[in-house]
Design a protein around this ligand. Structure first.
Ligand SMILES: Cc1ncc(COP(=O)(O)O)c(C=O)c1O
Length: 511
């Protein structure tokens, strides 16, 4: 650690060195640069770094301890106190600080404005204790096969650690790409391993596609409602989103056709199976006609197949990518829902001419995805552990989905409607005419239940009466209680529909 000291003879040199060290460390602690619980450098080390006697540092540490800024642990060293004394106002900076917000690129400004407008929060919800949260569209970590994954990871480090901890080609771990090529055949997608690019989750897939295909002012057709994080990426590259309404059997071809007669979007982004937020599946007939339309208009399709294997009841038709002789479809897949989102592991399937460009973009962005994690996931899949986990998780999610649909049917006041989710983790509920989700959220939270307001999923500012309920991470016994609380909040809102003055208290994550 560097501490600038004023020595005797120089300006300010009359302040003892121990005192100078003490006040320097005190400032770092006060400003949170040395966080509670962090170990301070050993006195010998600090004495050497700043060029003073060790007893001088020891004296500074003693003063810090006496004033409550630090504590000593015999035999372990000196640590920043867990609770530091009340802080004093910091002195105004001598030089005005640079205002970075003035320097933001146009892209960053769009992303920021979008974030404020959509009230999308990247941090997990700070839910009050006891709140039943239907807000996060994420898998239940209580179901994670962590021990099995740890064993595979240990083996991979032991056996392939040297290569996997080195720099790696951007395309990905070859055995995983070969595995994915075989895996995709199960759904009818014929992709050569060379047409598969490993990415850091679907999110990076959206980013690479946008980076490679979009110019500011380009148009992107998108289902309405749709996945907010994909919309944000396309917008941040300057694209204008053209919403296409949805029906119970997928996006409305009638509306898409009208749109294509007037405008030429760069591509269509859609989620044909396990659509987030509705949970609906695009029917086979709609898929076929969509592809015919796409071929006729030379419309590329970015297919988000993130949850295609998470279905309840009838198996969804194969991905659009499986019916794509013209090479119009870019398919994006992920391990986030079927395994662990924290791995940040997904894949892109695209025709050779495009995949090469996407690889270049990937290399510029982050060189490659962690080979260690790719190898661990490959071995996990090879040993059929993914299949075993998926079957178990799907049974549990199926039970939660049925419990939610059953509770909704029994408890919701008249006029409330919802989508009969067929796949994925969520459904979209719509309030009766005259009631708004923005007014419902604080009432629901006051009763101990929360959800994601629907506005975030609508690209044109609609969705005021809708909300998304995710059932995947809510334990079975809590689902009915959660719906009772929500139904009460809706009834109360029906009696007093005015928008309350206060904003919802809790941040709601959008996943
Ligand atoms: C529609 C959709 N696509 C993709 C994802 C997964 O994203 P990622 O692979 O970046 O975790 C999600 C996650 O919620 C999603 O809802």
């Amino acid at each position: 650690m560097k501490i600038p000291l004023r020595r005797a003879g120089g300006e300010g040199g009359r302040v003892p060195l121990a005192r100078q060290i003490q006040s320097h460390l005190e400032r770092l602690i006060r400003q949170g640069l040395l966080a509670p619980g962090v170990k301070l450098p050993a006195s010998r080390e600090l004495a050497r770094d700043v060029g003073v006697n060790r007893t001088t540092v020891a004296a500074a540490y003693e003063e810090l301890i006496a004033a409550g800024w630090a504590r000593a642990h015999v035999g372990q060293g000196t640590f920043v106190a867990e609770r530091v004394p009340a802080s004093v106002e910091p002195a105004p900076a001598a030089v005005p600080r640079l205002d970075w917000s003035e320097l933001l690129s146009r892209r960053a400004q769009v992303a920021l404005a979008d974030r404020h407008r959509r009230r999308s929060y990247s941090q997990p919800a700070r839910t009050a204790p006891g709140t039943i949260s239907f807000a996060g569209g994420m898998p239940d970590s209580a179901l994670f096969p962590t021990d099995a994954f740890r064993r595979v990871l240990n083996r991979v480090i032991r056996e392939e650690g040297r290569e996997l901890l080195q720099y790696y080609p951007p395309t990905g771990y070859p055995p995983l790409r070969r595995y994915l090529a075989a895996y995709l055949l199960r759904f009818g997608v014929e992709a050569h391993p060379a047409e598969i690019l490993i990415v850091n989750g679907s999110q990076q897939g959206f980013d690479l596609v946008a980076r490679t295909l979009l110019d500011p002012g380009d148009l992107v057709a998108i289902e309405q409602p749709s996945y907010p994080r994909a919309m944000q990426v396309f917008r941040s590259f300057g694209a204008e989103l053209l919403p296409v309404p949805m029906t119970a059997s997928g996006l409305s071809l009638f509306h898409l056709e009208r749109l294509l007669e007037r405008q030429a979007p760069k591509f269509l982004y859609c989620q044909p199976s396990a659509h987030n937020p509705t949970g609906l599946t695009m029917s086979l007939a709609v898929r076929q006609r969509l592809l015919e339309l796409a071929v006729r208009h030379r419309l590329p399709i970015v297919e988000d197949g993130f949850d295609g294997t998470l279905f309840y009841g009838e198996r969804p038709p194969g991905p659009l990518k499986a019916m794509d002789p013209a090479g119009l479809v870019v398919y994006i897949g992920t391990f986030s829902k079927i395994l662990f989102p924290g791995l940040r592991l997904g894949w892109l399937v695209a025709p050779p001419a495009l995949i090469e460009r996407l690889e270049m973009a990937k290399q510029l962005a982050d060189i490659h995805t962690s080979p260690l994690l790719q190898a661990a996931v490959y071995h996990f899949c090879e040993r059929r552990l993914l299949e075993r986990h998926q079957a178990r998780a799907l049974r549990e999610y199926g039970r939660r989905r049925s419990a939610l649909l059953e509770a909704l049917a029994r408890l919701m006041p008249p006029g409330v409607t919802w989508t009969e989710t067929e796949g994925g983790f969520s459904l979209l509920l719509t309030l009766p005419e005259g009631l708004e989700t923005g007014a419902l959220l604080p009432r629901a939270q006051a009763r101990g239940v929360t959800f994601t307001p629907g506005e975030a999923f609508f690209s044109d500012g609609g969705g005021e009466r809708s909300l998304r309920l995710s059932f995947s991470a809510v334990a079975l016994p809590q689902i009915e209680e959660g719906m009772k609380r929500l139904a009460e909040a809706i009834r109360e809102l029906g009696r007093h529909p005015a928008h309350p003055a206060r904003e919802p208290e809790m941040a709601v994550p959008i996943v």
